[in-house]
Design a binder for this molecule. Structure first.
Ligand SMILES: Nc1ncnc2c1ncn2[C@@H]1O[C@H](COP(=O)(O)OP(=O)(O)OP(=O)(O)O)[C@@H](O)[C@H]1O
Ligand SMILES: [Mg+2]
Length: 330
């Protein structure tokens, strides 16, 4: 093994894996062996990211669904990629996938190298992602809503040529179509951002969500707000609000109890929100998360924060979202 590692190790000082034409690992250098001890590395994921079929920010393909980076990345100079450390935290790296005769070579560089030498920084990448998200919205507005309004315009103009006795029926159809467009606009808007956050602010929005949920389900939710209030970024607010929705829905579905609590703790530099229940709990495995929890973790990371999970069989569940007031200062 040591002997066969020699050639790769000599040429590539970085962790490097040699793969056959079907991307099966056939060799790795000593740095790669060390890397595998410190990080959870899935070759399938690395190759997907390298080929641009999976996203650099998501460690799971399912979380990548509808993400602005889905299918967007494939560059010869390298690609940003995240791997989960054995400590449960995601770390950023740069990867390169090189063709070597019949084989493939995957090289991973540590991000603390000068960024120029490893290609684009994650920040540039993130900005590109936002831009591509804006393009998606523009597309949605153009292809979906603008088209529907155009059809409605034609439908209304057509009234001129319609016999008067048919007007009533036509107007009913137009009314129905207007309602559809309205729905379309609303669904696009909620997908982007819960409007209630802009209307009333984070804490009132949480209280309103809690009241509605209790009314609709009979579930009891206590809200505790501690510390001196401070404002999160607008994206931070969305992260917290969506996380509360998901964690409460999990408590409702799985805890087996009819009660949960939301503690909002305004700290010095960060907001900590814990959603807790005293129910069944579960075995938490950070490497195999459900879509909901995976999303929560990715959301926290997207604003420079983190998610903590404290649970166990019959031990209840506490999900804590930690979000810095200033993005990236945690
Ligand atoms: N409060 C809880 N009490 C008990 N088990 C939980 C709780 N929250 C999560 N779990 C367990 O963790 C699993 C993963 O949760 P997660 O939210 O990631 O996925 P999900 O709720 O099953 O699916 P989705 O969120 O996509 O609808 C759940 O299926 C459940 O077994
Ligand atoms: Mg869930």
């Amino acid at each position: 093994m040591a002997e066969s590692n020699e050639p790769i190790a000599q040429i590539f000082p970085q962790p490097t894996w040699l793969m056959d034409a079907d991307y099966n690992v056939i060799d790795r250098n000593a740095q790669a062996e060390k890397f595998e001890k410190n990080y959870v590395i899935s070759m399938e994921y690395a190759v997907e990211v390298a080929k641009g079929t999976c996203c650099a920010f998501h460690t799971d393909k399912r979380a990548c669904k509808n993400c602005p980076l889905e299918n967007k990345w494939a560059a010869s100079e390298g690609f940003p990629i995240t791997f989960m450390g054995r400590d449960g935290i995601s770390y950023e790296f740069f990867g390169k996938l090189l063709k070597n005769e019949q084989n493939w070579m995957l090289e991973i560089s540590y991000i603390d190298k000068p960024l120029e030498s490893v290609g684009k920084s994650m920040l540039t990448y993130l900005n590109e992602a936002r831009e591509s998200e804006q393009k998606r919205i523009a597309r949605e507005l153009h292809d979906g809503i603008a088209q529907s309004i155009y059809s409605l315009m034609l439908e209304t103009r057509g009234l001129k040529w319609t016999p008067v006795e048919d007007h009533q029926q036509k107007l009913q159809a137009i009314d129905r179509h207007f309602a559809d467009v309205l729905l379309e606009i609303k669904s696009l808007a909620t997908e982007l951002r819960p409007s209630i956050l802009d209307d009333v602010g984070l804490i009132p929005a949480i209280n309103q969500f809690v009241e509605q949920t209790m009314e609709m389900t009979g579930f009891i939710i206590h809200v505790i707000v501690e510390g001196e209030r401070n404002a999160l970024s607008s994206r931070g607010n969305v992260v917290i609000y969506r996380s509360i929705q998901e964690a409460i829905s999990n408590a409702l579905k799985y805890s087996g109890e009819n009660e949960a609590s939301i503690t909002v703790d305004f700290g010095q530099k960060e907001l900590r929100v814990t959603i807790a229940d005293e129910g069944k709990g579960f075995i938490y495995d950070p490497y195999h998360l459900g879509f909901g929890l995976l999303n929560l973790r990715e959301r926290a990371h997207s604003v420079g924060g983190k998610m903590e999970v404290d649970t166990g069989i019959k031990k209840g569940t506490r999900i804590t979202m930690i979000v810095p007031y200033k993005e990236g200062s945690a």
